[in-house]
Write a protein that binds this ligand. Structure first.
Ligand SMILES: Nc1ncnc2c1ncn2[C@@H]1O[C@H](COP(=O)(O)OP(=O)(O)OP(=O)(O)O)[C@@H](O)[C@H]1O
Ligand SMILES: [Mg+2]
Length: 243
């Protein structure tokens, strides 16, 4: 089954074309990565998928539903870990989860139970009553991951989920992503870490200047172009390694 279908998908910010007539499909249960340099358009694509930004032109369907007409159904089934930390700084760790659950009309009893489970999932139980301001950057990142799971989503959208994490926390997030994938969750992520893409992604789309340069599995890309995924990436985006 196709979870995300995009045809000639385009996004303009006034005169700037951030996403330029791209085509791609993401299958259910797949882990699909968007790779590319700063400004390539990755976050913009993600934001259109989770119905945060309107599409300028082209077709975009999530779970078979058009994003322009079915935003609320799509949002109900989607978990989002945004690139920027948008936790509520006036609330505690636990409150951030509970308050977020209200957006999905999750009953209080269910949300409280789920919030505690998720705090265990990201190893933050002992920080439940701590204010967000007093968390480390990596802990905030883990809380964002927990928050994105509060509605038990079928699709997870993770925009640079491990940027800024220490090696232990990065591996912990990878483990959790692999666990979600084993449960059948579709994962859509962006990353600047080629090791992460190689480890987690079934397929990647390498983007540059709003276009998709190539879509393939890391394995195929490496065998066709030679070298590791970082070398393939540098070659295909024209950003060659310094000699
Ligand atoms: N809200 C906005 N208004 C105007 N231009 C924007 C806006 N958001 C992004 N852009 C522009 O769109 C282009 C694509 O940005 P986007 O955030 O999608 O890139 P990205 O691939 O996610 O980059 P990064 O790796 O730095 O996160 C950039 O040129 C950026 O300046
Ligand atoms: Mg981005």
């Amino acid at each position: 089954m196709i979870t995300v279908f995009a045809k000639s998908l385009t996004k303009d910010y006034n005169s700037l074309r951030a996403v330029d007539t791209i085509d791609f499909e993401i299958s259910s249960g797949e882990c699909f990565g968007f790779l590319g340099p700063n400004g390539a358009g990755k976050t913009t694509v993600m934001r259109m998928i989770y119905c945060f930004l309107p599409v300028t032109s082209g077709e975009l369907k999530v779970l078979g539903l058009d994003v322009a007409e079915h935003a609320s159904e799509i949002k109900a089934k989607t978990g989002v870990m945004p690139q920027d930390n948008n936790l509520d700084p006036d609330l505690s760790v636990l409150e951030n989860l509970i308050v977020y659950a209200r957006y999905f009309d999750i009953p209080k009893k269910v949300s409280s139970l789920r919030a505690w489970e998720l705090l265990d999932f990201v190893e933050l139980r002992e920080k439940a009553d701590v204010n967000i301001r007093n968390l480390s950057g990596g802990m905030r990142q883990r809380l964002l991951l927990a928050r994105s799971l509060i509605n038990s989503p079928d699709i997870m959208i993770l925009d640079e989920p491990t940027t800024g994490l220490d090696p232990h926390s990065r591996h912990a997030v990878w483990d959790r992503m692999e666990f979600l994938k084993s449960r059948g969750t579709t994962l859509i992520l962006t990353t600047h870490y080629m090791e992460e893409a190689e480890k987690l992604c079934d397929r990647v789309a390498i983007m540059d200047s709003g276009k998709i340069v190539v879509i393939d599995s890391p394995k195929n890309l490496m065998s066709v172009h030679g070298g590791n995924l970082e070398e393939v990436y540098l070659k295909l985006t024209g950003r060659h390694l310094a000699a």
